[in-house]
Structure formats: structure tokens, C-alpha cells
Design a binder for this molecule. Structure first.
Ligand code: SF4
Length: 508
């Protein structure tokens, strides 16, 4: 079987070129994997603005790669071949044994697409029949153009019954751990280094080591929620803030920009990249310099921003100018808006959130017009609004694809239980929020998490000595307690976690 490989290096992080555990870099290891594929006749590196170290490999170069660009490059590299293998150039654990089994199945069953499922991302490449690439290029037109590790599968999924697919299924399903074994971020590079140290080298050792070393998987914060304003225009029934925030309707306090910038600096230094959510509590539109705060986040290429809002109190000229600036190149893809509505009818909206239905829905439509990909409407699913949920879904789906139905949280029993159904998994894993999130209050305080509204556990303060790094380190013990509670009979979860069912929810 004549084989070509396209090694995608079009959007690599500098971490991909750093020595790993004193040895070869992820880039060198990925290239070594590709070079050793059985039957390889042509190896092409697709390189972007960060040029990989020079080498004998053939190279296709583009400043900016898209999914269609990758498919085009695969078609060119795979011309006259029986198969083209696609892999990312930052995956140090790519396994030749697994690739050999996949290639054999591809040949034996005359497949058109072959991928691995149930494994952590980064152990397997994908195999494609060059003859289907023209069809894939047509299908990818309606998908986001930015390349992602699952782009090829997403394209195939658009018309999955039209292709002959072979799947290599992992003997152990590790999908729920959401691992990416690649040196694409500081966070994942740390994970790779820890796993290397623990003996992971390939498929077999990964499946053997990872399930017993959940402690290694808490790396660096990925999602940081910050409170920037004390006040809120509504006192919502589904939110605990009215119960802990004092006179939230009358409060006018807010976080100084210099303090906000200090938090961003700390997040960048600690994690490299992260998603910032400026809506821990309070309404962001109440901050007098909200435009500056949004600019500060988006000026940092490693950070993305989520603005969760009631949709009330916004200066539309400010939002319009933000969108114009973003379209001019300051990262439209890194800004998301979520308008919390929770009801379809004005009557139920009034009951759950108070007045403001017309302004909130009109602002949501305004955002959808300005940010078609980045504006969302949200309904927290509860017993109170269950009867309206379908109308909410169908009604907003006529205007946008971005409709969120969010799980209700009772904040570990602080609010009445209103959930419609219990979707918690049979097996409780350590909480995602302990593993990935930091919550920072208006005064810099860092509680265990957003659900910790009674303040039982404080991890530190962003403005005290040690700052966010110390607070993140303090969370390690609680993560260890979760691992123990989930695996050692008789051990228990700390409060408030014992009464909380948010552990399986995952933030952006
Ligand atoms: S289990 Fe609940 S209370 Fe505990 S850390 Fe997770 S989200 Fe917070």
C-alpha cells in the first residue's frame, strides 16, 4: 500500500519545539512517528508562521491554514497514493503499533476513513482515502475554518453515511477525561511531562498509567471567573447572589481596572492561555469601564473572554464599536456573549428574573446580529420553566444556532432543588471545577469554586502574597480529597462538595 503523510505544523505552539524530559521535542517525536509509518513514500510538513526547524522533509507553507487548506494539501500530498495519513506535529505519544493496526484495517476493509475512538487525543493519526478529499472539501464549507484536532472527523460527520469508516476502539474508554496529549499549551505540555515521568510512552503505557494517576491530570487553571461589578439590575430566583451579595440592586461598587489587569497578568504567567469569564457575580454592564476591561482581555492573544449578562444596561454604541474593532482584527473568535433569559414568555421572565424582558430579548437579537458566531441565549432548566423550554428552544433556534440549556445548580443546597432530572454519572470523578477553574471575587478572594457561596473553603486572594498561583496550589489538596473519596471506600467529600452535583459540568 502506497502511503503519504501530512504532518500538520501550521499552528504550533513554541512548546512543541522544546526538549521533553531532556530528550527529543514533541515535534521531533511526531516527525519520527510519521517517518517510520510502514509503506511511507511521501512525507510533507504543512508549516505556518512559526517555521519548524529545518530538515530534509518536503514542506508546504502558508501563513494561515484553514481546514480546507489542509484538505487541499492532503489531496496534493496524497495524489497517486492509496492512503494519506494526517497527524499534528506536537503529539509525542503517537503510537506506531496502533497506526499499524489501523492501516491494516484500512487496507483489509477498503475503508475511506480510519480514526481512533475512546483514547486520549494524541495517540493516533487519521487515515484518509485520497479519492474522498474532493467531497470533504465541499462538506467543510459550512464548518468553522480554523483547524482543530477533530476537524477532519467533524467534516466526515456532515455526511457520515456516505463514507466507509473503520474505527480503532480503545480497550479502555478514557474519553471522559478529555485529555489532549500534545504540546500545544503550557497546560498540556505540563501534563505530557508528568506522564513521561510516570512512564507513559505510547498507547499501552498510557492506558495502563493514566487511570491510576488522576492526580497528574490537574495541571493549570483553564477557566477563570472574575467578579467585576457588585451590583445587578435583577434579583433572580435561580441565582444565589441575592442571598449573599447584600443590596445587589443598589450596589455600585466595581473592580478597579488596575486590579483586573493584575489578575490577567497572573493568569497569563500561570497558565499561558485561559478563558476569562467576567460574570462570576454581578452584572458586567454595571462596570463603568467595561469596554476597557474587554479590550484588556482581547489584547492578550492567549486569553478568550466570555461575557454572561442579563442583557440589561448596555451601551449599544460601545458594543457596536467593540464588534467593529474585533472585525478589524482584534480577535472576534475570542469573544463570546451569553444572554441569560431563562424564559420564553414575558410573564415567566418577570417571575424568575424581574422586569426587563423587552430590553434583554432585544439586546440578545442585537448581539446575534453583531456576533453571529459568538452570541448565545441561555435558559437554565428548572421545574418552573420546563413547560416553556421547547418554545424557548424552537423560538430562538429560528434566530441563532447558539441556544444553551444550562443545568440548574442548587449551589450545594443553598437554593431549593429545582432540577427536572438527575443527569449525574454513575461513577463520580474528581470535580472538573477543582481541576480547571478559579473563581475570583470583587475583593480578590478565591473560594473553592463558584458553588462555594457560603464561603466554607477559601483558597486565597488574588491580591495577597502568592496571589492566584498560591490559591491554585491550595486547591490541590481538595482535588486529592476528591480522588480519595471516589476510590477509597468509607472516605467522604468535603463540604460543600458532598451536597453538590456540579462536579460533572465542564466550563468552556
Ligand atoms: S463539587 Fe461542587 S462545591 Fe465541590 S469543587 Fe466541585 S463545583 Fe465546587
Amino acid at each position: 500500500m502506497k502511503l503519504a503523510a501530512l504532518v500538520y505544523a501550521g499552528s504550533l505552539s513554541p512548546h512543541a519545539f522544546e526538549p521533553l524530559a531532556g530528550g527529543a521535542s514533541a515535534y521531533e517525536r511526531s516527525l519520527g512517528f510519521a517517518s517510520a509509518l510502514p509503506g511511507l513514500e511521501r512525507l510533507v510538513v504543512a508549516e505556518g508562521s512559526i517555521a519548524p526547524p529545518s530538515g530534509p522533509q518536503e514542506r508546504f507553507r502558508r501563513e494561515l491554514w484553514t481546514v480546507d487548506g489542509i484538505l487541499e494539501a492532503m489531496a496534493e500530498a496524497g495524489a497517486g497514493m492509496d492512503a494519506i495519513v494526517l497527524l499534528w506535529a506536537d503529539q509525542p505519544f503517537l503510537d506506531l503499533g496502533l497506526a499499524g493496526r489501523m492501516l491494516e484495517n484500512y487496507r483489509r476493509y477498503r475503508a475511506e476513513y480510519c480514526f481512533a475512538d475512546g483514547y486520549p487525543l494524541g495517540l493516533a493519526a487519521e487515515i484518509v482515502a485520497p479519492r474522498i478529499l474532493p467531497a470533504l472539501r465541499t462538506l467543510c464549507a459550512s464548518l468553522p475554518p480554523e483547524p482543530a484536532r477533530d476537524s477532519l472527523f467533524s467534516v466526515i460527520q456532515k455526511d457520515i453515511n456516505s463514507f466507509d469508516i473503520e474505527t480503532a476502539i480503545s480497550p479502555l474508554d478514557l474519553r471522559d477525561l478529555r485529555l489532549t496529549l500534545a504540546c500545544d499549551t503550557k497546560r498540556n505540555t505540563l501534563l505530557v511531562e508528568r506522564l513521561l515521568e510516570a512512564g507513559v510512552r505510547d498507547e499501552g503505557s498510557a492506558l495502563e498509567v493514566i487511570p491510576g494517576r488522576l492526580d497528574l491530570l490537574r495541571t493549570l487553571p483553564a477557566f477563570v471567573q472574575i467578579q467585576v461589578a457588585g451590583g445587578c439590575p435583577q434579583s433572580c430566583a435561580l441565582c444565589p447572589y441575592p442571598g449573599v451579595g447584600g443590596d445587589i440592586l443598589g450596589r455600585g461598587d466595581f473592580m478597579e481596572k488596575s486590579r483586573f489587569v493584575s489578575i490577567l497578568d497572573q493568569v497569563e504567567a500561570l497558565s499561558g492561555d485561559a478563558v476569562i469569564d467576567i460574570s462570576l457575580w454581578g452584572e458586567p454592564s454595571r462596570h463603568p469601564g467595561i469596554g476597557d476591561l474587554i479590550d484588556e482581555v482581547l489584547a492578550r492573544p492567549g486569553l478568550s473572554l466570555i461575557v454572561e449578562t442579563s442583557g440589561l444596561g448596555w451601551d449599544r454604541n460601545l458594543v457596536r464599536s467593540l464588534s467593529e474593532g474585533l472585525l478589524a482584527g482584534r480577535g472576534a473568535a475570542r469573544l463570546s456573549w451569553i444572554v441569560s433569559l431563562d424564559a420564553w414568555s414575558p410573564e415567566l421572565y418577570e417571575k424568575l428574573r424581574g422586569s426587563g424582558y423587552a430590553e434583554a430579548t432585544s439586546f440578545a437579537e442585537f448581539l446575534i446580529g453583531l456576533f453571529p458566531r459568538g452570541a448565545y441565549v441561555q435558559c437554565v432548566r428548572t421545574r418552573e420553566n420546563e413547560a416553556e423550554l421547547e418554545a424557548f428552544w424552537r423560538g430562538w433556534k429560528k434566530k441563532t444556532e447558539n441556544v444553551i440549556v444550562q443545568k440548574y445548580s442548587s449551589f450545594a443546597g443553598f437554593l431549593p432543588q429545582r432540577r427536572v432530572s438527575d443527569l449525574s454519572p454513575l461513577l463520580r470523578r474528581p470535580c472538573w471545577h477543582l481541576k480547571r477553574d478559579l473563581a475570583v471575587g470583587l475583593d480578590g478572594s478565591v473560594p473553592l469554586c463558584r458553588e462555594c457561596v457560603r464561603g466554607e473553603i477559601q483558597l486565597g486572594n488574588a491580591f495577597a502574597e502568592g496571589g492566584l498561583e498560591a490559591a491554585w496550589a491550595a486547591g490541590e489538596a481538595y482535588h486529592a480529597a476528591h480522588i480519595e473519596a471516589g476510590s477509597v471506600p468509607g472516605s467522604t467529600y468535603p463540604r460543600p462538595c458532598a451536597e453538590c452535583d456540579e462536579y460533572y459540568t465542564y466550563n468552556a
